[in-house]
Design a protein around this ligand. Structure first.
Ligand code: ZN
Ligand code: ZN
Length: 377
């Protein structure tokens, strides 16, 4: 099969690799029809993770089931499915509680596994013609008959839509809330969109890229351009000096200013400054255990200078971490099927698999207009 293979910093190629196949009786084999490049793939692309050369990338996949193992019960050949980026067993202590992002059996020694990702187990990714899905009955979300028509919408269910939704769930966004979302990448835009779905009265989205801010405005959010001045001051201006009820951090440790300098804690601390006293924060931007190449000495060991003083003074609450996709993907799928959600508004490029190296380059440069890439193997 053809697949996108990681070779080192800013080096990916599309090449022939051994076919993915059924390895265990509970596996499902999916012919991938859509697979996205994720902002979190860029951490690997930039050589900032422990990703090893030879890894097949990709964790956001939609496709058609072409083969099932003998112990697969529910999923049938021919089903159109969306595959969550988390690989869950369905029976461990955490999976039982719905916390499939922290599955205890699929990546022994750690909590949580994923396809084609550094530190998330030995699984090959979905930027390929075929994908092996372990515990297929647990991990495949069946799609309705409009699957082909709304393929790009359903592709967002593998990661970015549930991840954005998770930020609003961690923050406890309720009808009428004002919400500040930092970062207008795909996850930030999905957090803003989810806040709208949950009935927020005002959503402010901070970024410094015009194309992303335009998309934020398109879904009814207020764009806060941090090139125009301190984003916290702008948010306070919009909220009569109070700050917003809730905040979402959708940037992570590679936060940088408009000059390109990295400040790992800057976005997190801006969220703390932007949320009103007794408010709450959902943090889904990626942080890592270590980043030996970080310009920030603390961050080299995974630590950031968090503004605990302000956080405590304001009596804020915070929830953080990866989303358990399965906690949300059925309900979000049904919103898409019912025409109540169209998360594909952020997709800018539909490309063939062979165009992946070029797409990585442009997406990594944050080239104007490259907001979300879907590859169609
Ligand atoms: Zn992703
Ligand atoms: Zn599990």
């Amino acid at each position: 099969m053809r697949a996108v293979v990681y070779h080192g910093a800013r080096e990916v190629s599309v090449e022939e690799v051994p076919d993915a196949r059924i390895e265990r009786p509970t596996d499902v084999l999916v012919k991938v029809t859509s697979t996205c490049i994720c902002g979190s793939d860029l951490h690997m692309y930039e050589g900032r993770t422990s990703a090893e050369a030879g890894k097949v990338l990709g964790h956001e996949s939609v496709g058609e089931v072409v083969e099932i193992g003998p112990a697969v019960d529910r999923i049938k050949v021919g089903d159109r499915v969306c595959v969550p980026f988390n690989i869950a067993c369905g029976f461990c202590r955490n999976c039982e509680r719905g916390e499939t992002a922290y599955c205890l059996t699929t990546n022994p020694g750690q909590a949580g596994a994923a396809y084609g990702y550094a530190g998330m187990g030995p699984y090959r990714g979905g930027q390929a013609e075929l994908l092996r899905v372990p515990y297929g009955d647990v991990n495949c979300l069946r799609l309705p008959p409009d699957a082909a028509d709304k393929e790009n919408d359903y592709a967002m269910l593998a990661d970015v839509f549930p991840t954005g939704y998770h930020a609003t769930e961690l923050a406890g966004v309720q009808p009428g809330d004002s919400v500040a979302v930092f970062g207008a990448g795909p996850v930030g835009l999905m957090a803003a969109y989810s806040a709208m779905l949950r009935g927020a009265s005002m959503v402010l989205v901070v970024d410094h890229q015009s194309d992303r801010l335009r998309l934020a405005e398109k879904i009814g959010a207020i764009a806060v351009d941090d090139r125009q001045g301190d984003p916290v001051d702008q948010i306070l201006d919009h909220t009569r000096g109070m700050g917003t009820d809730k905040g979402c951090e959708c940037v992570g440790w590679q936060a940088h200013d408009s000059e390109g300098h990295e400040h790992p804690a800057s976005t997190m601390n801006n969220v703390v400054r932007s949320v009103r006293a007794a408010g709450a924060i959902g943090a889904v931007g990626v942080f890592v255990l270590s980043d030996p190449r970080s310009p920030d000495t603390l961050m080299r060991k995974g630590e950031v200078a968090f503004d605990m003083g302000m956080f405590f003074q304001k009596g804020l609450r915070i929830g953080a971490g990866q989303t358990s996709v399965k906690a949300y993907n059925r309900r979000l799928r049904d919103l898409i099927a019912a025409g109540r959600a169209q998360p594909s508004f952020l997709v800018s490029h539909n490309l063939g698999l062979d165009e992946a190296p070029d797409a990585y380059l442009h997406f990594d440069e944050r080239a104007d207009g490259w907001t979300k890439v879907v590859l169609h193997p």
